[in-house]
Design a protein around this ligand. Sequence first.
Ligand SMILES: C[S@@+](CC[C@H](N)C(=O)[O-])C[C@H]1O[C@@H](n2cnc3c(N)ncnc32)[C@H](O)[C@@H]1O
Ligand SMILES: [Zn+2]
Length: 377
Amino acid sequence: MNEENYTELQEGLARFVVPQELFFNPRARLARDFGVIALRAEADLQERRLQVIDLMAGVGTRGIRYALEAPVERIVLNDGNPAAVEAIRRNIALNAISPDVQIEVTCEQVHRLCYAIRLRDEHFDWVDLDAFGSPSVYWHAASLAPRWGGVLYLTATDMAALCGKLRDPAVRHYGAVTRPWECGDEIGARVLLGALQQSAGERGLYWQPLFVLDEGYAMRIAVRLHYGSAEFPVNQIGWMVKCMGCYSQTTLPLHVTVGRCRVCGSEEVQWAGPLWTGSLYDAEFLHLMSVEARKAGYQAVLRQLRLMVDEASSPAGYYCAAELGKRTHLSHLPPVDALIQRLRQAGYEASRTHFETAAFKTNAPYPVIQQIAQQLQ
Ligand SMILES: C[S@@+](CC[C@H](N)C(=O)[O-])C[C@H]1O[C@@H](n2cnc3c(N)ncnc32)[C@H](O)[C@@H]1O
Ligand SMILES: [Zn+2]
């Protein structure tokens, strides 16, 4: 490696170099912090050190941080690019990783590696899949690596497809219709989860969501693998539906494909999906993560976790204050917290959401939201 062609960086407890020709995204720091904190939470839950594999390790930052900052017993760092693997080895040497952490570095294609893992009957507690674009091409293979009860932490960066700006790739990768609605990002997360479930269901498996992190340019999802066809969450696959007459949003089961708006009776109703209509979060896991984020002093993670705890038991979908202002011809936008408080006082569920700052979740019909917003003028 030419000494002048790389930058030396620090993130969390890890020091590392990034040769000019290799990819490293400093913006993904929050997702890596989330990974570290979630791994620590998982070790707390299992009450032991964990076996981890980073299938697309890049220059190794994420995997090295796991080895330095979480209770890891064994970690495999893999990348298909030999230059990345050279950087991983160099970066491991730069850090004082405890000798009781078993580290392996491999240079394999994800599919080849995962099928070899299955043939060797190896199982990991935690599998990281940090792909560019859609992860759908890899998730069948990646789901061969976790043990039953193990976790897959994956990335999707094909946000235009997931959030409704590009229809064709959404159909190709996820067999779903996505929509550029105000809650388009959450639809994207739910479409990802729905398609992931479908892929597991084919093999008698299913996934339990632990958390979803929407970073705007990428979606990160952590899911726990379970065995059992009878337990497959059929009732949590369905549609997100929006009325073009009164703007109310709701979810419907998969078998319901026609209907009028339950609020205003309009037939101008649009569907998004099929998608995951169940919870996006595991409340106990979020609690363990909050404890670990506080201990580690990761304030940005804690801020997101507080919003996730709040939205964990809230209805699917969300409404944006700006859209509410336009549709209701408000002279100024209502403060989101005041709106949430008034919706709760009126007997509805309401919360903020980590998907969007000036937005709220509620099961109130849209005309009720508009009425409350007008009262707040
Ligand atoms: C988004 S980067 C990984 C970034 C890294 N996880 C981080 O947090 O810094 C994706 C990596 O996957 C590798 N890659 C792409 N396709 C692959 C494949 N089929 N098998 C193995 N590695 C692959 C690329 O070489 C690249 O380093
Ligand atoms: Zn309606």
